[in-house]
Design a protein around this ligand. Sequence first.
Ligand SMILES: [Zn+2]
Length: 148
Amino acid sequence: MAQTIRKELGDYMSTECFRYLRMGAEDTAGRALIVAAGRQRGLSLADVLQSLGNDTAQVAAKLNLVLGKEGTRLCIVREVKPTEYGYEVRIEESACSMGMKTEEPNCAFTMGVFIGALEIVSKRRLTAKETNCVAIGDEQCVYVLEYI
Ligand SMILES: [Zn+2]
């Protein structure tokens, strides 16, 4: 992706602007668009993930470095666990759930990032659902990813 440098404001903007972008896009084009956008972000991490193989502890540490407090601050990655059908991911402080109180899990963009990232790691296509979400009152957001 082309880089345009912001001299005064730097790389970051408020999650408030992200929330409006997300809600507007989702209202207009549906949640699949948001998941697809997140997946593209996850796929963009190929350079940092390809050398790790399928060591999920290393993958979680690397994703936390890139996406967490020292990275883009999308979320804190607590765990990436292999399962017989794919992966289970546990995160906290997702930008998708910040300030949100919803009736159903809400982290479509963040979940999409893990779909793309773990497709790089596994070299397989994945689908996912969010089973727990901070926006509905859970302590963590949990994504269950399954091989297609
Ligand atoms: Zn969530």
